[in-house]
Design a protein around this ligand. Structure first.
Ligand code: AMP
Ligand code: GLY
Length: 431
């Protein structure tokens, strides 16, 4: 089977790496790909649907949210090419926060209290009545690569945040409507739980914990994600069950009830508050870097699972194996100078072979090949992942690999997994 993966980040490198192991695969292609993906797949430029047609793809796996929101799955279907990922209409669960929040409210799925506004004026008027002490979250409606969200400390910051989030949203999606969500600030530990679904069956994958802020101790601006690990010991089997039964399954059901068949990856961004588990957001895709820690733990073949979601397999999703290793994974994102702001590109990366020969998986994100040399070409440059028999071993191996790699201006967080490290370190010293 000829498979085309759309995207060029660490998530897509992890997808390609895992798909490459499938006995069902004959050829692996990617568009646009990156320097790491190019070592295991044929990379192509140009329009994704054109690429799929040109190479005669049997199946397409869509990685990024922007491609889903633009309707690439619908365009592929119109050409008779099956694809993994929700249609444009179903992907509104991520591409419109207003749509997502209203769906959650209508079907009683636990989430932060919120109000939605049609324009900046109305949002500002509402916020001007608030006090200066209660934090509040201001979000632009559309996709904004994790940057359309401001956690304001009170009224003044919240009023200013309206223009800020709209500015980001305008820069990302100039034609989108300028709606705003204002929501209650929730405090707690976040967990990403991604499920695969064919619109009926919901198969949860292993949970992961991402670190979204750029700085150690979870400080500084939000990013796409600076590092991840799986499993997440604090996300107990009971919480897992609550998330699946009261959040993931009811959301697929709710969409169905609205006449929307959701097929693909359904990513629940969850937060464990004092008042219980709540949904912060849904994404319509695999997380990045979440995919980089989840896929290396998946023991089963990924391709039949993705085919079943798309309805392109004779075996239904409910009967397709999905087995996990108990081993732990940890991934550290190495970012370019300036990330998450304006980034510098073109710096030579060294030490990749050394990191890999020690057993780590080095997933490329913003990398390119120039004159036979691997150079930086994006914000998050590499996702370095290691497996270990437990969290501590995975963490140690991962940071050892990260230390082998160098490029000018490289920065990364040294505290990925700090919550589990504190809990496990504490447990060990008490032994
Ligand atoms: P979103 O794009 O909605 O996922 O928001 C990005 C990040 O902002 C989330 O992963 C959280 O870390 C944070 N965030 C969003 N909404 C809230 C909220 N209501 N309370 C606290 N933090 C939030
Ligand atoms: N790592 C967060 C995301 O993929 O949205």
């Amino acid at each position: 089977m000829k498979v085309l993966v759309i995207g060029g980040g660490g998530r897509e490198h992890a997808l390609c790496w895992k798909l490459k192991q499938s006995p069902l695969l004959s050829e692996l292609h990617c568009t646009p790909g990156n320097a790491g993906i190019a070592q295991i797949a044929q990379c192509h430029g140009g329009d994704a649907v054109e690429v799929a047609r040109k190479i005669g793809a049997d199946f397409v796996v869509v990685g990024p949210d922007a491609a889903l929101a633009e309707g690439v799955v619908d365009r592929l279907k119109a050409q008779g090419i099956p694809a993994f990922g929700p249609t444009q209409n179903a992907a509104r669960l991520e591409s419109s926060k207003v749509f997502c929040k209203e769906l959650l409210r209508k079907y009683g799925i636990p989430t932060a209290d919120f109000e939605t506004f049609e324009d900046a004026e109305m949002a500002r008027a509402y916020l001007s009545d608030r006090d200066d002490e209660t934090p509040v979250v201001v979000k632009a409606d559309g996709l904004a690569v994790g940057k359309g969200v401001v956690i304001a400390r009170g009224r003044k910051e919240a009023v200013a945040a309206v223009d800020e989030v709209l500015g980001v949203a305008r820069a990302t999606m100039p034609d989108a409507e300028e709606r705003i969500v204002v929501e209650e600030f929730l405090e707690g530990e976040e967990v990403s739980l991604i499920a695969l679904t064919d619109g009926e069956t919901v198969v949860p994958l292993a949970p992961a914990q991402d670190h979204k802020r750029v700085g150690e101790g979870d400080t500084g601006p939000n990013t796409g994600g600076m590092g991840c690990y799986s499993p997440v010991p604090s996300f107990t089997p009971e919480l897992h069950e609550i998330a699946v039964e009261t959040m993931l399954k009811p959301t697929v059901e709710a969409l169905k009830n609205e006449g929307i068949e959701y097929r693909g990856a359904l990513y629940a961004g969850l937060i464990l508050t004092r008042g219980g588990l709540k949904v912060i957001e849904f994404n319509a895709r695999f997380g990045d870097p979440e995919a980089q820690v989840i896929l290396p733990r998946l023991q089963s073949d990924l391709l039949p699972l993705l085919l079943a979601c798309a309805g392109a397999s004779d075996t239904p999703l409910s009967q397709t194996p999905c087995e996990w290793t108990p081993d732990a994974t940890l991934c550290v994102a190495m970012a370019a100078a300036g990330y998450p702001g304006e980034v510098r590109r073109g710096d030579t990366i060294i030490g990749l072979d050394e990191a890999e020969s020690g057993g780590a998986l080095v997933f490329h994100a913003g990398t390119a090949q120039r004159d036979g040399v691997c150079v930086t070409s994006g914000g998050r440059v590499l996702g370095v992942t290691a497996l270990g028999r437990d969290f501590l071993q995975a963490r140690e191996r991962c940071y050892h690999a990260v230390e082998q790699i160098r490029f000018e201006g490289a920065h990364y967080r040294r505290d990925i997994g700090w919550r589990t490290l504190n809990a496990e370190g504490g447990a060990r010293s008490a032994e």
